[in-house]
Design a binder for this molecule. Structure first.
Ligand code: SF4
Length: 58
């Protein structure tokens, strides 16, 4: 399993952290980061809601 955020693509909308707070958090730069490698369903839900396809969850 691999859950990650491409910070170059992330626009800091916060959707992933709102939808899947156990998997994602916003960092001091205003970008999302993956905070867990657990919860693939949650991460994939966030991934499909990311407006810039910055989340890999597989
Ligand atoms: S949903 Fe996508 S663009 Fe929005 S904060 Fe998360 S990774 Fe960044």
């Amino acid at each position: 399993m691999s859950i990650s955020v491409n910070k170059d693509l992330c626009i800091g909308c916060g959707a992933c952290a709102a939808l899947c707070p156990s998997g994602f958090a916003m960092n001091a730069d205003g970008k999302a980061e993956a905070v867990s490698q657990e919860g693939l369903d949650c991460a994939q839900n966030a991934s499909s809601s990311c407006p810039v396809q910055a989340i890999t969850a597989e």
